[in-house]
Design a protein around this ligand. Structure first.
Ligand SMILES: [Zn+2]
Length: 129
């Protein structure tokens, strides 16, 4: 199942923004954002809000809808997660952390081959590398 694209919905006004949207009261504090599904956010942003004017004909700040949609870069988040869950290539002998299997093999080859007393095991290791 494809997960819906989420976006940040910013309230760029200096007052908290409140609106009844699809039977739900949406509140975005001044200068803050909430997270919404993209399709919902676009609809929310596009929904007309009746402007309120003061006696001088200037629109009341409280009736301004200053909504900005900002995409969330999900690939970036996934990448970070993936990085942190990648199994570590750690040397069993000294605990050295190699960035990948190839480098770990190179590390073992140059640092620990001499430590191996059992000649047969060493040969097997070399073969395996
Ligand atoms: Zn090592």
């Amino acid at each position: 199942m494809k997960k819906p694209k989420m976006v940040k919905v910013w309230n760029k006004n200096i007052l908290d923004y409140e609106e009844n949207f699809k039977g739900q009261k949406i509140v975005i504090p001044a200068g803050k954002h909430i997270v919404m599904e993209r399709a919902e956010a676009v609809e929310f942003k596009g929904k007309f809000r009746q402007p309120v004017y003061n006696k001088g004909g200037v629109q009341e700040i409280s009736s301004l809808k200053k909504i900005v949609i900002e995409p969330i870069i999900e690939d970036e988040a996934d990448f970070v997660n993936e990085e942190s869950t990648t199994p570590k290539h750690t040397c069993m002998k000294c605990g050295f952390n190699a960035p990948n299997a190839k480098q770990l093999a190179a590390h073992v080859r140059s640092n620990h081959l001499a430590d191996m007393e059992d000649e047969k095991a060493r040969k097997e290791l070399i073969k395996g590398l």
